[in-house]
Write a protein that binds this ligand. Structure first.
Ligand code: ATP
Ligand code: MG
Length: 429
């Protein structure tokens, strides 16, 4: 099957010229270049994907070095792996020497030797990711699909390429679920059986790699679909016995995504995931996934604040009290609690929920207009006195007791120590 016309339509002009140029340079060195992996899959599916992966039958690093010399690209080469990354202004290209991989034991890093394109395709995760398109001039556009990836795309199936695939590299379990849910596909029957059989080999995967896969899940449009499916297949409890992928999580993830400014979305998903945990469970989870200090703090804060929320419900609080109560928590932990406590009218946590929202939307941004210099000019000395005035002004502003600069000045002057407030005694002459 020849896809020359499709490639010409699919790739932006600039990229197309670039890959053709690379392929031309490769030919002069007696090498062949192929487009491979996600881009081939997405070309068939009609999704844009311009993270191009190129496989080189020959020496990818040598080729990339030559390409970098003749173009504006920055080169990052890994000689040991035979891979190179070319960074241009608007995109990057990954070039990899075609290779053969063998795994000594489940979860081990593979032993890598140079190989043919076919060797390089069989080391891949799923048939839909194991297709290539030739860029060489004698068969430009020819599809190489030894494992029926195209057929599986048509039947909407995720299929591994050999029975040891998941046990060789159990991150493929998470990758597979991600693709299944992203595209609305299904695992092929035998793949499902092998996946279930090999769930215990997840224990052979490092925390960093599992966390990385979860982070990729959290970059999906609807990560809750993958989380739910991972729960259904029994994968989640193997990562951490306390992880749940129930309807509650789905609803909360959906809410998180629909926030006006979901800047810290992956962290927010992690905090929501941890919300039902006990202290002991969270410790296990943080250790298993080798979670960073910053995110650990946010997840701990999520639980600490959750434990404190019932106290917020007991008596009416002034905005300044809400502010000073909540400011010690990471904002993403407050956000997680706001989402988690957003229940129907009449439930006990409603007041607390309103306080959290007020903090997130308004109180955390409230600043006074006067700065330290201006206060000094009003006669307030630096040090504890200044600290006291700044905090009193801030509280007054939070509570709406001052609003203009003039209000702030008046209040600041009234706060000066009485002896400083009176005119200095006329000096005796
Ligand atoms: P995405 O749209 O998620 O980026 P992709 O196919 O581009 O999809 P990458 O993670 O960028 O995925 O990896 C590029 C290719 O490398 C994949 O298409 C797949 O062929 C191969 N690959 C990546 N990770 C693995 C793995 N753990 N085992 C085997 N092959 C893998
Ligand atoms: Mg990719």
């Amino acid at each position: 099957m020849n896809l020359a016309r499709q490639i010409e339509q699919y790739l932006p002009q600039q990229l197309l010229e670039l890959v053709k140029d690379i392929s031309g340079q490769a030919a002069k060195q007696g090498q062949r270049v192929y487009l491979v992996g996600g881009v081939v899959r997405d070309l068939f599916l009609g999704y844009p994907n311009f993270d191009l992966d190129l496989v080189v039958e020959g020496d990818a690093v040598k080729l990339a070095q030559q390409v970098a010399e003749t173009s504006q690209a920055k080169l990052l080469a890994h000689h040991r792996f035979g891979t190179a990354n070319l960074r241009y202004e608007n995109f990057t290209l990954d070039l990899a020497t075609a290779r053969k991989e063998t795994y000594a034991r489940p979860g081990a890093l593979p032993a890598v030797t140079p190989g043919t394109l076919k060797d390089d395709l069989i080391r891949r995760d799923f048939s839909i990711n194991a297709m290539a398109i030739s860029l060489a001039s004698n068969d430009y556009g020819e599809l190489v699909d030894p494992y029926q990836g195209k057929g599986d795309l048509e039947h909407r199936l995720i299929r591994i390429l050999h029975p040891k695939s998941f046990s060789d590299d159990a991150t493929r379990i998470l990758r597979g679920v991600r693709y299944e849910q992203r595209f609305g596909f299904e695992f092929e029957a035998q793949t499902t059986q092998l996946l279930k059989r090999d769930i215990p080999t997840l224990d052979t995967i490092s925390g960093d790699r599992i966390r990385h896969e979860l982070e990729l899940v959290f970059k999906e449009k609807q990560p809750e679909l993958a989380i739910k499916r991972l729960a259904e297949l029994g994968v989640l409890p193997r990562i951490s016995s306390s992880l749940k992928g129930d309807g509650w999580i789905a609803e909360k993830f959906d809410k998180a995504r629909h926030l006006k400014k979901p800047t810290q979305l992956p962290s927010l998903y992690f905090c929501l995931l941890a919300y039902p945990f006990s202290e002991r469970e969270i410790e296990q989870f943080l250790a298993r996934l080798n979670i960073s200090a910053k995110l650990s703090r946010a997840m701990h804060d999520t639980l600490r604040l959750k434990a404190r929320l019932p106290l917020l419900d007991t008596s009416p609080l002034k905005p300044s009290e809400i502010y000073y109560l909540l400011r010690e928590y990471e904002p993403v932990a407050i956000q997680a609690n706001a989402i988690a406590s957003d229940e129907k009218e009449g439930t006990s946590s409603l007041i607390a929920h309103r306080y959290l929202q007020l903090f997130l939307i308004k109180l955390r941004y409230v600043r006074i207009s006067l700065n330290g210099e201006e206060l000094k000019r009003l006669g307030i000395s630096a040090g504890p006195a200044m600290g006291h005035v700044l905090q009193t002004l801030h509280k007054a502003k939070l509570d709406g007791e001052v609003s203009t600069r003039e209000d702030e000045k008046k209040l600041a002057l009234s706060l000066k120590a009485p002896d400083l407030n009176t005119d200095p005694e006329p000096s005796r002459e």
